[in-house]
Design a protein around this ligand. Structure first.
Ligand SMILES: [Zn+2]
Length: 183
């Protein structure tokens, strides 16, 4: 399947960079090629909505000698996680570091990733709409507290979600703070 196909190469690259991911465990997600949004095709305007209410506790971008491939939205355990756009569930299960994770494909080569969930409510292959509750916020995987780790990808390239989500009150953006990989 989609995730597995990408696993070998990505894991190798990750290990070569000296990171903490063990060979064979994970996750396309840790090792995506990072590219500025301007380098990619534009994401259709209004395509994505916010997946959860909460405070942004970590932004997309370099973190230590790795890259934080998404944003973290800190919220209480059990807070609903909404699908950011309509699509089909490509993966629902546990990924090392990411804990209980849902990956949704949206067409246009786009996908979104929802990690560290307490519970997931959708199965691989399910059709989901924007706003559907697909999971609840938790602290599974490698985290320091309950949060939703949210990614937007195009052809497995991690994009900065803030470039594609509707603008939001700056008060919720707490800025970067150090978190362990996958937090
Ligand atoms: Zn994160």
């Amino acid at each position: 399947m989609w995730v597995e196909r990408r696993m070998g190469l990505e894991t190798c690259r990750r290990v070569a960079r000296g990171a903490m991911v063990l060979a064979g465990c994970l996750v396309f997600a840790c090792s995506a090629t990072i590219r500025r949004p301007a380098d990619g095709e534009p994401v259709p305007e209004g395509h994505f909505h916010w997946p959860a209410d909460g405070r942004i506790s970590s932004l997309f971008g370099p973190r230590g000698n790795a890259n934080h491939d998404g944003i973290d939205i800190a919220a209480a355990e059990g807070t609903p996680v909404h699908c950011a756009a309509q699509g089909v569930v490509l993966y629902s299960g546990v990924l090392r570091g990411y804990g209980r994770t849902v990956i949704v494909g949206h067409g246009y080569g786009l996908s979104s990733v929802y990690a560290h969930n307490r519970e997931v409510f959708v199965r691989t292959g399910a059709r989901v709409r924007r706003g559907s509750v697909i999971a609840s916020v938790g602290s599974t995987g490698r985290v320091t507290g309950p949060n939703l780790h949210f990614e937007i990808r195009r052809e497995n390239v991690a994009l900065d979600p803030l470039q594609y989500l509707p603008s939001r009150a700056p008060a919720v953006i707490a800025g970067k703070r150090p978190l362990t990989m996958g937090g």
